[in-house]
Structure formats: structure tokens, C-alpha cells
Design a binder for this molecule. Structure first.
Ligand SMILES: N[C@@H](CCC(=O)N[C@@H](CS)C(=O)NCC(=O)O)C(=O)O
Length: 204
């Protein structure tokens, strides 16, 4: 299998961590891909996904699975369902929390694109502030929600550590550690896992 990848992507990191935790990483080749708003990549659009987003998992038979959550779900099925509960209230809790965290990460990414990619004269600061507030309110919610911080590893926790790592990577002065001491402790604990430590985004 091949995974389209970028070391700074919180979504690609989620899949990488999950693959390591599930013992499947040796079956996956990480393939660097260049996708960004306003930079058409026709080969990617044609061969992998018209949405031009990474990660995507290209199976050995050529089928493509898109969206980090769907890829993790696929890997989790291969490995015997260890990161996403199969049924019952726990399943819906993990899936719903994951969706919330995914939305927070999307909001941070939109801020990054608005500030780092959009021409300065077109910057809409109020919109950036609104997106950032969604991510921040989400962190506030999980700070007060100790269950996710302590239970056995699942996809929502992996997504959360990737969101925090992305905040460090793109918004190093945002002050999340000071504002959210429980999340800070969770992040430190997660960093003890080799999968999380090895995948920290590069500085800069
Ligand atoms: N819902 C998608 C989001 C993926 C995503 O937004 N990836 C970013 C990289 S971090 C991307 O490919 N951006 C390129 C673009 O939007 O043009 C997932 O979870 O895989």
C-alpha cells in the first residue's frame, strides 16, 4: 500500500500513528505529495483524488481510499478493530469526538491557509478569528472532558494529539499549553509512545 504524505499534515500523521500502533506500518510506503490551495496538481487530481487532499491510501490493487478517518477505519479493520469500537455507545462516542476534533483541525488548517497562503490584501481577519475560535472552543471542551484523556488508545485520542502537534507546528505562540493544562499532560503522555514521538512535525 502507498500513503500520500506530508510530514506537516496532521491528517497524514493520524494515519501514520494508527498504522504504527496497529502494526501495519511496514506494509505502507509513505509517498511525498505536493497539494495546496491554488496550486493545481493534475496528476494527483486525476490519479488519486479530485479533491487534491492528502492523505490517500492507494491499495495494491489500485483502489484508492480517501480521508484520514476512513483510512484509519480501513486499517483498523485489517488489524482486528483496535482503535474504533465496533458497536454500542462507545463507538458513537469515539466517532463523534473524532468528528469534532477533525473539525477543529480543519478550522486550524483554514486559518493557516488564510494567513499563510491567501494574498495579504485579501485577508479576512474576522473570518480567521472565527475559525480559530472554533478550534479553541473545541480544545476548551476536551480540557474539561477527562474521559478522552485517560481511556485506552483510540482514533479520537490520536486525532487530538495530532491537532495539538499541528498547533505547535503552525501556531507556536498560541499558548494552548498554558490555557489547557490537562491537554498538556495528555500530550506529554502520548509523546511517550514511539508512534507519536517519531511523527512530530518538523520545526518551522
Ligand atoms: N478530511 C480530510 C482533510 C485532508 C486535508 O485537508 N489535507 C490537507 C493537508 S493537511 C490538504 O491536502 N490540503 C490541500 C488543499 O486543501 O489544497 C482528511 O481527514 O483526510
Amino acid at each position: 500500500m502507498k500513503l500520500t504524505f506530508s510530514p506537516g499534515s496532521p491528517f497524514a500523521r493520524k494515519v501514520r500513528i494508527a498504522a504504527i500502533e496497529l502494526g501495519l506500518i511496514d506494509k505502507i510506503e509513505l509517498v511525498a505529495a505536493s497539494v495546496a490551495p491554488t496550486q493545481p496538481n493534475e496528476a494527483y487530481s486525476h490519479d488519486i483524488s479530485p479533491l487534491r487532499k492528502l492523505p490517500a491510501l492507494i491499495l495494491d490493487d489500485g483502489h484508492v481510499i480517501v480521508d484520514s478517518y476512513v483510512i484509519v477505519e480501513y486499517l483498523d479493520e485489517l488489524a482486528g478493530h483496535r482503535l474504533i469500537p465496533v458497536s454500542g455507545p462507545a463507538r458513537w462516542q469515539v466517532k463523534s469526538e473524532h468528528s469534532m476534533i477533525q473539525g477543529m483541525t480543519d478550522a486550524m488548517l483554514l486559518c493557516r491557509y488564510e494567513v499563510g497562503v491567501r494574498p495579504k490584501e485579501l485577508l479576512w481577519q474576522k473570518w480567521v478569528d472565527d475559525q480559530w475560535d472554533r478550534a479553541w472552543q473545541g480544545l476548551t471542551r476536551f480540557e474539561k472532558h477527562p474521559d478522552i484523556l485517560t481511556r485506552p488508545l483510540d482514533v479520537a485520542q490520536i486525532a487530538l494529539v495530532c491537532t495539538l502537534g499541528y498547533a505547535d507546528f503552525r501556531f507556536p505562540d498560541c499558548g494552548w499549553r498554558k490555557a489547557f493544562p490537562n491537554l498538556d499532560a495528555f500530550h506529554e503522555k502520548m509523546l511517550q509512545r514511539p508512534s507519536v514521538k517519531i511523527s512530530v512535525p518538523p520545526k518551522g
